[in-house]
Ligand binder design. Structure first.
Ligand SMILES: Nc1ncnc2c1ncn2[C@@H]1O[C@H](COP(=O)(O)OP(=O)(O)OP(=O)(O)O)[C@@H](O)[C@H]1O
Length: 298
């Protein structure tokens, strides 16, 4: 570990607070500046907020994916469609648009842990990626106070490297100094529970072990805005309990946490607020018990 830290001390962290993951948001205005531009409120206003100043403002956000070379069902290749296109002098269908987030607005505050629920394809991951600054809005805007860090199931740890190397690299990627990495190393190993596997390449880990290590690395640092996409879903009960405590600690240290998980228990145990997305729109936003009860009803 000591040699590794030394060896890597030459590596300069250029992108602080990336959570060992994949991105960084655009420059963000301070809450005082943005609070004046209060966005339209969500369908149902949150109940258990605010505990502090706004950290994230999502204002009438629309995200559209453009899939090139894709054809809609109506355009798919058959003789009639091909002939129609020839007669209309149109080329092959080139592009399909997927309107994944449709006019979403809400405000998150310091100390909020917000669960995002919704069916497959409702836009949860897209919304998180947009808050992290990884997807440009088609229209509308996202303002964040502080650096959002996205921890996703596919967070950029390297499978061919050992857990040890990934911990060190991940910590550097989050902007820690060599001394901080040394200090945090054992805590990360202990929290992840991967024990002696830390010396083996991550390609030998089960998906649960990989997810636990990613969460342990990312949460070793205090984040202004931590975005977690399903990372806790593969943990066992004991790990979920530990993660819950850590999320609480991040909230106490004045951060804001967003959590996407299909396991509603994780959301209920961890969050003080839940946003229900349906077909790219907010269907409900408020107290976890109320929103989850309505969501479960369908
Ligand atoms: N890279 C992409 N290119 C084109 N369309 C995409 C892309 N990523 C997501 N989509 C589409 O955007 C919509 C929202 O997807 P998204 O992954 O955000 O939903 P989700 O609620 O996170 O789903 P899940 O619960 O299955 O993870 C879906 O219709 C999906 O097919």
């Amino acid at each position: 570990m000591a040699e590794l830290t030394e060896e890597l001390s030459l590596v300069k962290a250029e992108e602080p607070a990336v959570a060992g993951t994949d991105g960084k948001a655009k420059p963000q205005p301070k809450p005082a500046a943005v609070s004046a531009a209060q966005p339209k409120t969500a369908a149902t206003p949150p109940l258990d907020v605010p505990t502090g100043t706004p950290t994230v403002i999502v204002d009438d956000l629309h995200i559209i994916y453009r899939v090139y070379g894709a054809a809609s069902d109506a355009e798919k290749g058959n003789a009639v469609n091909a002939l129609t296109r020839i007669l209309r002098r149109q080329g092959r269908p080139q592009m399909k648009e997927v309107h994944a987030v449709k006019g979403v607005s809400f405000v998150a505050y310091h100390g909020d842990a917000i669960g995002i629920v919704g069916r497959n394809g409702s836009g949860k991951s897209t919304l998180l990626r947009a808050i992290a600054g990884l997807l440009p809005p088609h229209s509308g805007a996202v303002y964040t106070d502080g650096q959002p860090s996205l921890l996703g199931v596919n967070a950029a740890l390297m499978r061919e490297l050992t857990g040890e190397r990934n911990i060190v690299l991940g910590c550097y990627a989050m902007g820690m100094t060599p001394a901080e990495v040394k200090e945090k190393y054992q805590e990360i190993v202990d929290f992840s529970g991967i024990d002696e596997f830390v010396q083996l390449p991550m390609s030998t880990y089960s998906s649960g072990m990989g997810a636990r290590l990613r969460f342990a690395i990312s949460s070793a640092k205090t984040h202004d805005v931590l975005l977690i996409d399903e990372a806790l879903a593969t943990g066992d009960r004991e790990f979920r309990k530990k993660s819950e405590q850590r999320i609480r600690k991040i909230r106490e240290e004045a951060g804001t946490v967003f959590l996407v998980a299909h396991d509603l228990r994780v959301i209920e145990e961890t969050c003080n607020r839940v946003i229900w997305l349906h077909k790219g729109k907010i269907k409900m936003d408020g107290d976890p018990k109320e929103v989850l009860a309505a969501y479960n009803k369908g």
